[in-house]
Design a protein around this ligand. Structure first.
Ligand code: UDX
Ligand code: UDX
Length: 461
């Protein structure tokens, strides 16, 4: 029991995190359960349900030895002393707080499942990102059990980023664990610290009270997103003044107080967490009657949407104010490189707005085409999907780069240019291509937050 770990929720967070814990702690039995049968079947197959560099190897080493995937939630609860909960906590779409607050229905249902099936004391750990004081609600529900059982609720948020999940788990900046200040809470805390201490050095394991831990997760994501919105807002000024966003962020980032990371201008941030967690923070501020603080953080989301819209507006304006019936090749649909995940990808919104202008889209992505098809399935009009970039650009008037996939850099752009309509446009929404080279091939190049390089500027008299 002491060395049996259960994780409820076999998603992007639960799956990789448990695989790494099982790999590092071979004396623990780690079971991951999920109500989604197909997902569990995939975790038990050679074709894992998510793509993460290095994940296959870790799962192969531990699966069947001390790592198990199952749909039997009840058995998992009965047999484990430590339960991580990483079910999804999406933004609420209905009722009070709709559009901002977290929808805690799966979270609460999980608490009730734990009560129903437990026959011994448990440590229950919040892995899912939750509003501050969610552990209190969980604790009250669990303590209402009539079996005389004790439950300690801890917060242990996950900071892994998609695409680098395994290296983030292997070598984290910090492990954060929040526990109640009771004797039992502190004992539980020690048991969880001991698990991570197998491979993480003690100075990187930070212990706090539960509420600080819950809030730190929201604040980490909010501050990361805020950096991107800050840079993206400055990219708009750069385009008006001929300053170059990369020169600006290069200079600004040399200040060690600011730091050089996470300052890449883009069409906007996506992913399952940033927007959801900031809106969650905004809702909490409103709930606690802090309207100025709420407005401050909501601004980060507003700038993100502004940046996505600004990119579409630029495409329309530069292509002679109409894209109706023009073919636009979309390079990248995933919310970032090295993942097939498209949740909250800026590409979803950008493609929808381009379709509203009646463009024809040819979408190319190395990993995300299946998800792209689902995201755009309700849209009427002409959308095609291509594994092969050279097929995607045939007869295209423009290319819009929406994801920072490295392999986009090594495509044969001479060949691509020869396949496209003229004049040919490239809108690099990630600033990853060699703009000078593309310009010299004949492309009209529109980077983000940098001077455009076009052959169209000579005035026709
Ligand atoms: C999710 C949340 O989005 C994030 O806020 C949180 O920090 C961690 O959990 P992720 O792992 O990316 O992140 O979500 P997802 O891939 O959707 O996985 C959640 C899994 O929980 C799904 O596979 C779902 O089937 C499962 N689930 C949900 C249950 O097993 N039981 C439930 O009652 C509800
Ligand atoms: C994020 C956090 O980084 C992670 O700690 C947390 O656990 C979950 O949320 P993730 O969403 O996987 O991780 O990806 P991240 O690398 O943070 O990128 C988020 C978005 O910001 C992507 O759309 C990315 O393209 C964009 N981004 C990132 C930029 O536009 N510019 C940058 O400089 C960095």
């Amino acid at each position: 029991m002491d060395k049996s770990i259960l994780c409820i929720g076999a998603g992007y967070v639960g799956g990789p995190t448990m695989a790494v814990i099982a790999d590092k702690c071979p004396d623990y039995k780690v079971t991951v359960v999920d109500i989604n049968k197909k997902r569990i079947e995939a975790w038990n197959s050679d074709n894992l349900p998510i793509y993460e560099p290095g994940l296959d190897e870790v799962v192969k080493r531990a699966r069947g030895r001390n790592l198990f995937f199952s749909t039997d939630v009840a058995k998992g609860i009965k047999e484990s002393g430590i339960i991580f909960v990483s079910v999804n906590t999406p933004t609420k779409t209905f009722g009070a707080g709709a559009g901002k607050a977290s929808d805690l229905q799966y979270w609460e249902k999980t608490a009730r499942d734990i009560i129903e099936h437990s026959q011994s004391d448990k440590i229950v750990i919040e892995k899912s990102t939750l509003p501050v004081r969610a552990a209190e609600a969980m604790s009250r529900i669990l303590q209402s059990n009539t079996k005389g059982l004790n439950f300690d609720v801890l917060s242990n948020p996950e900071f892994l980023a998609e695409g680098t999940a395994i290296s983030d788990l292997d070598n984290p900046d910090r492990i954060l664990i929040g526990a109640m200040r009771t004797e039992s809470g502190q004992k539980a805390l020690k048991r969880i610290v001991d698990i991570y201490a197998r491979w993480v050095s003690p100075e990187k394991i930070k212990t706090t009270n539960v509420w600080s831990s819950e809030l730190s997760k929201l604040v980490s994501n909010a501050m990361l997103a805020q950096r991107i919105s800050s840079v993206n807002s400055i990219s708009a000024i750069c385009e008006k003044t001929d300053a170059d966003i990369e020169e600006v962020t290069g200079a600004v980032g040399m200040d060690s107080r600011i730091g050089a990371k996470f300052l890449r201008a883009s069409i906007g941030f996506g992913g399952s967490c940033f927007k959801k967690d900031i809106l969650n923070l905004v809702y909490l501020c409103e709930y606690y009657n802090l309207p100025e603080v709420a407005a401050y953080w909501e601004g980060v989301v507003n700038i993100n949407e502004y940046q996505e819209k600004r990119f579409v507006k630029k495409i329309i304006e530069k292509m002679f104010n109409t894209i109706s019936d023009k073919k636009i090749a979309i390079f990248g649909f995933a919310f970032k490189a090295d993942t097939g995940d498209t949740r909250e990808s800026p590409a979803i919104y950008i493609c929808r707005w381009l379709m509203e202008e009646r463009a024809r889209l040819m979408i190319h992505d190395p990993k995300a085409l299946e998800n792209a098809k689902i995201d755009l399935k309700d849209i009427q009009g002409n959308i095609e999907y291509f594994e092969d970039p050279y097929e995607a650009v045939k007869g295209a008037h423009a290319i819009a780069v929406l994801t920072d996939w490295k392999n986009f850099k090594s495509y044969d752009y001479e060949k691509i240019y020869s396949l496209m309509e003229k004049p040919s446009f490239i809108f690099d929404g990630r600033n990853i291509l060699d703009h000078k080279k593309l310009y010299s091939m004949g492309f009209n190049v529109f980077p983000l937050g940098k001077p455009e390089q076009t052959h169209l500027s000579e005035r026709i008299i």
